[in-house]
Structure formats: C-alpha cells, structure tokens
Design a protein around this ligand. Structure first.
Ligand code: HAM
Length: 450
C-alpha cells in the first residue's frame, strides 16, 4: 500500500488535539474551508448545472457519478505521489476494516477507475463522460480556494487527434459563455510526452540547480521531486527565474511538436484566441502534451486564478491498469464561477415565483386546501400557502408580501359547497367559482396576464 506523508505531530500534541476535537463548541460551525450553499445562492448552482448539462449532452457526453471516497492508492497512482495534492492536500482516513481511503481531490482518476471497472474499454471510442460534485483538498483557505469545492468535469477517452483537444476547449468556453462569463483568457501549453519530457526536465533541473540559491524554500524541495512545478510558483523571485527558464515548447519531440502546432493552428482557424504560456504545467502529474486553463482577464488581488483547466492524459489509463488509451478532459470550479458571475452582475434566469396564494379558514377547509394545493401544483400553477396560520388577516398579509396576483380562499362554506373565492389582490375584487372550474380559469388569466 502506498505511503501518504503524514504531518509530524508529537504524541502529546496529537492526544491533546484529539481530546479538544471531541469537545462540542457552540455555536457549531462548518469546518474551515467549507461553506453551506444557502437558498439565496441556489439559483446560481441550478443555472450552472443546467447550462453545463445542456452543453455537454449536446456534445454527446453521458453523466457519470463516482463515490466521494475511493481507495487512496487510486489518487497516489493517478494524480502522482510528488504532487502537492498527494503530499499535502489529500484527506485520508482508515475505515473500520483498516482500508486506507481518501476523499476525492479531483474527478479524473475516479472516472478512469470507473471506466476500467465497468467495461467501458469495449465501448465505441471516444467515450464521453461528464460529472458534477464536491472535491476535497486540504489547503490554506483563501478567496476562491476552499477545502471542499465543487467541479463540473468532462472527459473524452480514446482519441488522440488534436481536433479533440480543440473541441474540449471549445466545450469549456461554450459552458462559460452559456453562463454569461466574459473577459476570459485561454492559457495554452504543451508539456510533451514520455520521450521528450524527461529530457526537458533534465534541462530545467540543470537551469534551476545553477540558480538554487535564488529559489524559495518550497521550490528548493520541489527541485528534487517535481521540477516542472517550479515554473508556476507564485513567489516573486521564483517567477523571475521561471521567466528565463527553458520553455517546454522549444524542447518537444517531433510528434509532440506537430501535435501542438496542429492544436494551435486549429484554434486560429476557429478564431479562439489564446495566450501561449510556457509556465503552465498544472498541478497533477497525469498530464501529457496539451494543457490549458481559462483565467479571468482581470483578477482581484489575492484571488485564485483559474476558473477551469485540463489537458491530455494519454498515459493515465495504462498507469491504472488499462490498455494504453489517449484521453483528454477538463473541469471547472463552481465556487469560482459563481464569484465571477456575481462580480460581473450576470443576470440569472428567474425562477417561477408563486402567482397564487391559497388561504384556508377552519379545519375542514384546511383539509380541502391540502388536496386543492396538489391539484394546482400538478396543473403547473406556481402556488404558495401558509397552512400553519389560521387567521385570514395573517394569510392575506403573507400573500401581499409575496406579491401574488391572485388569492384563493376556502372557508367552511366553500369547503362544503365545492366552491372557492378568487380574489384579485390588486383590486380586492372577489368572485365565487366552482372548484372544478378554477384551474382552467386561473391558467387562462395567468397566461393572458389578466
Ligand atoms: P484542477 O486545475 O486541479 O484540475 O481543478 C479544476 C478547477 O477546479 C480549477 O480551475 C478551479 O476552478 C477549481 N478548483 C481547484 N481547486 C480548488 C479549490 N481548492 N477551491 C476552489 N476551487 C478549486 C482538475 O481537477 C483536473 N481533474 C481537471 C481535468 C479533468 N483534467 C483532465 N480532466
């Protein structure tokens, strides 16, 4: 079983922390780096999932859902032991039978595991799968960076043609456009294959060894294990060094060079503008060849940059025990998308608001109203009620506050003779109508805005 580095904690400190953790502290709070999705934000989530689903299904992607926790080794092998995600950020735990499990830090490795486990290797290629859901990474929380966050993701398995790279980018851009996001910039790079990348990494290592003293502490450590990550360090002094470092695109083998040239040529043909970013290497080890991210053009200070990112991972399936199969995919962070929608004041489609309020008076009427509510709901009339309240005044006040056009009132008399009072909330005019006839009447009036 693969080892996952544990933060060193003295026995005493650990015991003290464990004891403290068992104490209940009021007020209870969501764990650091997580947040509740509150009703006020629910329309954003609905909208994101709806747009992503529509776009992805129009490109023939099929939905897949994998467990939130997996065997930890899947991520060690898939994402890479030397990545920050595995070294520092993965949440692991032993279950009661002693299995080492991990909360998924990302979706691609899980989807590939499910692909292999469920015989999708025999499906006609390419296989297109998409998913939504929470991911978990233990990192220092800050604006746009959470310990639990949500992704929409898509994977295209079984196709190496550069046109698929461009189509993936196009799809991600279509999703962002459908969500009304503007001022985005596409960052592009190629990190080569198993032939040219080791050669490039050697060159990079030599370059950084010469400049070792100018590196931040973390990069000095990374130099031993994951030299590519030095290129995207956020420290000022490391950034300066990265600017002068050898660039991957200058050291690609012929096949990777041609592949990347074709990708860029197609982006030009489709008028998709991009920024060649030689420092874009991504934080997961499974990538090969094309990698990309989409950033907001204007970044608020301290905010996390990428709204979404992805790339090719032509070796991952073999690494996980499958046949060598090229693949590409992307995912996008919902919290960052929502923050961008909010800062850009993107209008959301309005949810149907209740247009009718059902008022009841007396026990029999209350019972009748419950059945009547169901009939209205099934007929597609957005209706609200306040069954817990008995006074007509309180119910009318509620209806007023909800700004409904119509109220339906059922009292003891109406409950017995099968009628209902229809009240126009603006004019106060009231009509008595048979309960059997009220639905078509209401539908007509609502349709004609009467
Ligand atoms: P990733 O770049 O690690 O890629 O994450 C994708 C997106 O998830 C980011 O661009 C960002 O929007 C969001 N994200 C990542 N970490 C956080 C965080 N701590 N808090 C909030 N949002 C975050 C992947 O996960 C790959 N699986 C993408 C992929 C799919 N590559 C191929 N297929």
């Amino acid at each position: 079983m693969a080892k996952i580095k544990k933060k060193k904690t003295g026995k005493k400190t650990f015991k003290r922390k464990k004891k403290e953790a068992l104490k209940v502290r009021f007020p209870l709070q969501a764990p650091r780096g997580t947040k509740d999705i509150l009703p006020k934000d629910a329309p954003y989530w609905d909208f994101i999932y709806q747009v992503a689903k529509e776009v992805l299904e129009s490109y023939n992607f099929q939905f897949i859902e994998t467990p939130i926790f997996e065997d930890a080794n899947l991520f060690v092998r898939g994402v890479g032991r030397e990545t920050d995600i595995i070294e520092k950020e993965i949440y692991t735990f032993y279950d009661k039978s002693g299995c080492l499990l991990a909360l998924r830090p990302e979706g691609t490795a899980s989807v590939m595991r499910a692909y292999l486990e469920n015989g999708m290797e025999s499906w006609p290629k390419p296989v297109r799968l998409y998913y939504f859901g929470p991911m978990f990474r233990y990192d220092r929380p800050q604006a746009g960076r959470f310990r639990e966050f949500h992704q929409i993701g898509a994977e295209i398995i079984g196709e190496a043609d550069p046109i698929i790279d461009v189509q993936s980018i196009q799809i991600l851009e279509k999703i962002f456009a459908g969500l009304g996001l503007k001022n985005l910039s596409l960052q592009m790079n190629s990190i080569g294959c198993n032939v040219c990348r080791p050669r490039y990494e050697k060159l990079l290592k030599d370059y950084y060894q010469l400049n070792r003293s100018k590196l931040c502490k973390q990069c000095r450590q990374r130099l031993k294990k994951n030299v590519l990550r030095l290129l995207d360090c956020k420290e000022e002094k490391c950034q300066q060094l990265a600017n002068n470092a050898p660039q991957t695109v200058d050291h690609l083998c012929e096949d990777c060079g041609n592949h990347f040239k074709e990708v860029l040529g197609l982006l030009d043909d489709f008028q998709i503008s991009y920024n060649l970013n030689s420092r874009l290497v991504r934080g997961l080890n499974y990538y090969s060849r094309t990698v990309f991210e989409i950033w907001p053009t204007y970044l608020e200070e301290g905010a996390q940059s990428a709204l979404g990112g992805g790339g090719r991972y032509d070796y991952l399936l073999k690494e996980l025990g499958g046949k060598p199969t090229p693949a590409i995919g992307f995912s996008a962070g919902c919290e960052r998308i929502i923050a961008k929608m909010q800062s850009d004041n993107v209008p959301l489609p309005m949810r149907p608001q209740p247009q009718v309020f059902l008022i009841q008076l007396g026990n029999l009427a209350k019972k009748k109203s419950l059945q009547f509510f169901e009939k209205l709901r099934v007929a597609g009339i957005p209706v609200a009620e306040s069954f817990g309240r008995d006074s007509i005044k309180a119910q009318l006040k509620r209806a007023d506050r909800m700004q409904v056009k119509w109220s339906l009132i059922i009292g003891q008399k109406e409950a017995l003779d099968g009628t209902v009072i229809l009240r126009n909330m603006e004019s106060g005019m009231q009509e008595i109508i048979d309960q059997d006839k009220i639905i078509p009447i209401l539908l007509k009036r609502l349709k004609n805005h009467l």
